[in-house]
Design a protein. Structure first.
Lengths: 298, 282
């Protein structure tokens, strides 16, 4: 895993493949914009009694105010304007909304990671929990989050919790699961000899946990935390949708769809993707530092 | 070796009385009528049957026999890692469980069983960390035993940076680090190449000379058993039982070359005969 990660991270190994994919996506995107916006443009021109040449129509499909699919340069322009040209404290700033979402994501991830680890420790050590808890944990993930998110918001709102925490709880609900699964696997990863060794020292359960099971589980934990933090972001955005929240990437998506502002929706989506990448890469960085400290060949 | 380290290592009985070490000649491990039957789905497997064995303090006893003869199982019973279904085993006059609680023995496994996230020093200090010794004290002790197994200067290395032989030496240092009076070794050199194994055998001889611990040593190798042991216990499989117990006629001062002496060859011959007899039985 580490070798691939290193070659992927090194500048010379990364630039060419990434640039190729980006170029392919951009070309495809422009083509789709022409295809999807064409009927609207020609209808508008017909209304105004105009007939455009093909290049004129294509040009128009790339510069509509409310296109079905905005072209990349429109999204980039909107993204640039709302990110860098507006004060970050303004409600029109994408950074403002991104920060609201990011803080709820990180809080939800922290809740979820702690809950996931506690559940895993319980499952590994208490036989009854192993049998009784696991089916519920799996069932919890089969419930569509879109269905229960509004209910969580309403219930927590009734007890006076609004704003950051309800969103964090929705994201926790989604992201504890991979942490539990990975951590259970990790806590059970020590082999028979490593466990027998502890027994020859008459080590207590607590010592076996701290000195053997927990360190052995760390690589598993990080693998699942990278999944969890990405899911946590999705959970937060979903949590922002039904709240009529005034801020956050989810709120931005919602208001964009109210007013048919597709350019705004797409630039918010771009911000969500960037935020997700930053969070996952940051987690990867912490992983490498931790594992290096634990003597791994990274 | 610094002389003060030597003195401390030699003074096992003084340092080790609280660990239950006894004066040379006393019976340290007393196994009577021991048997172990595993209940499997179809037929019960008689892993051990009617084992009688007494090991005196300071002895080096090898258990040799074919795979499946129960030699490892026998040692695991002594270590309280396995429960017999019949008979008794006493370690320092206590049940194996009590002996384990009093940390009477150090166990060296077939594989080094090092914790990969700990460096060499961290692996050797592990037992003392569990026993609750202060950091300074456990590191001091660990360094002394790392020096004894020839790994001074490797404290900061991680297991993957060491060869198989070096890893096994770390695990021997770890077993010795809390100065148990008894050392249980389960084919510790089985996975090593012949050349490394010879060197490890010589090192083990010298460690045993310095520490005079009671050693039980499980092996597949006749050469190894002959070279190291003061007594060789030959076992056979299905049911696991003792075929022959051979007192070594070799002088206490031994080296790899001792294996080629007439006395050693005669011993090896007798071991081989015993193994053959055990084999023809089934």
């Amino acid at each position: 895993m580490s070798d691939i990660a290193i070659s992927f991270m090194s500048p010379r190994g990364r630039v060419l493949p990434v640039a190729t994919i980006v170029a392919a996506i951009v070309v495809l995107w422009y083509a789709l914009a022409v295809l999807l916006n064409w009927p609207q443009v020609t209808a508008m021109m017909a209304n105004n009694g105009q007939t455009g040449t093909t290049p004129e129509i294509i040009g128009a499909t790339w510069s509509m105010e409310r296109p079905v699919l905005p072209s990349p340069h429109q999204v980039i322009a909107e993204f640039w304007k709302t990110t860098f040209e507006v004060a970050p404290s303004s409600k029109r700033s994408l950074l403002y909304h991104a920060w609201i979402t990011a803080s709820a994501t990180m809080l939800g991830f922290a809740f979820g990671a702690i809950l996931g680890m506690l559940l895993a420790a319980g499952i590994v050590h208490v036989r009854t929990l192993d049998r009784s808890l696991m089916p519920w944990i799996i069932a919890s993930q089969t419930v569509p989050i879109l269905a229960i998110a509004p209910m969580i918001i309403v219930i927590l709102g009734a007890v006076g919790m609004v704003g950051l925490v309800p969103k964090a709880i929705i994201s926790m609900y989604l992201c504890f699961f991979p942490v539990t699964i990975g951590m259970v696997k990790g806590l059970r990863s020590p082999d028979v000899l490593q466990l027998d060794l502890m027994r020859t020292y008459s080590a207590g359960d607590w010592q076996v946990f701290w000195k053997l099971r927990l360190p052995a589980s760390i690589p598993f934990l990080f693998a699942s935390m990278k999944v969890a933090i990405a899911i946590s972001l999705v959970g937060t955005i979903v949590g922002e949708l039904p709240t009529g929240a005034s801020g956050g990437i989810g709120a931005r998506l919602l208001s964009g769809s109210y007013y048919g502002q597709t350019v705004q929706i797409w630039s918010a989506l771009l911000m969500a993707a960037l935020l997700g990448s930053v969070l996952v890469y940051a987690m990867g960085g912490i992983e490498r530092l931790t594992l290096r400290k634990m003597g791994a060949r990274v | 070796m610094p002389s003060d380290g030597d003195a401390r290592l030699a003074g096992v009985s003084a340092a080790g009385t609280d660990l239950g070490a006894s004066v040379a000649g006393d019976v340290v491990i007393d196994i009577r009528n021991l048997s172990l039957t595993f209940q499997t789905a179809d037929t019960p497997v008689h892993a051990l049957s009617d084992i009688d064995l007494q090991v005196n303090a300071g002895e080096f006893v090898s258990l040799i026999g074919p795979s499946g003869c129960g030699k490892t199982t026998l040692m695991r019973i002594v270590a309280d890692l396995e429960q017999p279904t019949g008979g008794t085993a006493l370690v320092n006059g206590m049940t194996p469980q009590e002996a384990r609680r009093k940390r009477a023995y150090g166990y060296v496994f077939q594989a080094p069983a090092l914790y990969p996230w700990r460096n060499v020093l961290g692996n050797v200090t592990l037992p003392h960390e569990i026993f609750g010794l202060s950091k300074d004290e456990r590191e001091q002790k660990a360094k002394r035993y790392l020096e004894l197994v020839g790994l001074a200067g490797f404290e900061k290395k991680f297991p993957w940076q060491l060869s198989g032989g070096m890893q096994q030496r770390v695990s021997i240092a770890r077993a010795l680090s809390f100065d148990p009076a008894i050392l249980l070794m389960d084919e510790p050199f089985g996975a090593l190449d012949e050349i490394t194994r010879d060197r490890m055998n010589e090192e083990l001889l010298s460690i045993w000379r310095k520490t005079r611990k009671t050693v039980i040593f499980v092996t597949h190798s006749i050469d190894e058993a002959v070279l190291l042991s003061t007594r060789i216990v030959v076992m056979s499989a299905r049911p696991g039982r003792i075929i022959d117990v051979i007192d070594s006629t070799l002088p206490p001062d031994r080296s790899i070359e001792t294996r080629e002496s007439p006395a050693a060859l005669a011993l090896a011959h007798r071991v081989r005969e015993g193994l053959k007899a055990g084999h023809s039985y089934d």
